[in-house]
Design a protein. Structure first.
Length: 201
């Protein structure tokens, strides 16, 4: 049975030929640039020569592509992203992005509760965007009291006092985008003691 490595290496020849032709280069042109002989290049492209690192590195430089893309190698390592959930104010924030600074994406879960959480509106610079996946979300925004169902979205200026909670006692799941100020306010700032009756962290 052909191994994954064999599959990758056997697919390298056609990929090398395709890259060379896309760039309008002949075997002689590539030989001059890389120092690899025309006969070796021809055997690589036809699959009669097994690729090696010392042959692939100069070809990757000549074609200006990453080595993985040159041979069509699968991404190494575990493709799953293991990001630690953060629990604040009785809610769970699961980070979906890891880039430093700028907009950050989270999945936010407001668990089911026997009683409604006490609203504690907050303000900070920037904007927030959210999309309800499951459940019914209560959004307090300034003087407005809104209920969002699954499939509904909202974007708002977060300098307005705002608060998110369960519109009923069922759980709510949503996607939410925060700017840096929103991330600090919702996830990092040391909270004030919760109001009487509020869910503990």
């Amino acid at each position: 049975m052909e191994s994954e490595l064999d599959e990758v290496l056997n697919a390298a020849g056609p990929r090398l030929r395709s890259l060379r032709r896309e760039r309008g280069m002949t075997l002689a042109d590539v030989a001059v640039v890389t120092g690899v002989s025309e006969s070796t290049l021809s055997r690589l492209e036809s699959g009669r020569r097994r690729p090696s690192l010392e042959l692939l590195l100069p070809l990757a430089r000549a074609y200006n592509v990453p080595l993985d893309d040159l041979v069509g190698a699968p991404r190494t390592g575990d493709p799953r992203i293991h990001l630690k959930p953060v629990k604040r104010f009785g809610m769970v924030f699961i980070p979906l992005s890891r880039r430093p600074g700028g907009i950050q994406a989270f999945k936010m879960i407001i668990p089911a509760s026997d009683s409604r959480r006490e609203p504690t509106p907050q303000t900070h610079e920037g904007f927030e965007w959210l999309y309800v996946l499951n459940g019914r979300l209560q959004l307090l925004l300034g003087e407005r009291d809104l209920t969002l169902a699954p499939g509904e979205a909202a974007e708002f200026d977060s300098t307005l006092p705002h608060w998110l909670g369960n519109a009923d006692t069922g759980p709510v799941e949503l996607l939410i985008l925060f700017g840096p100020s929103g991330t600090r306010t919702h996830l990092r700032a040391t909270p004030s003691p919760p109001p009487q009756g509020a869910d503990p962290q």
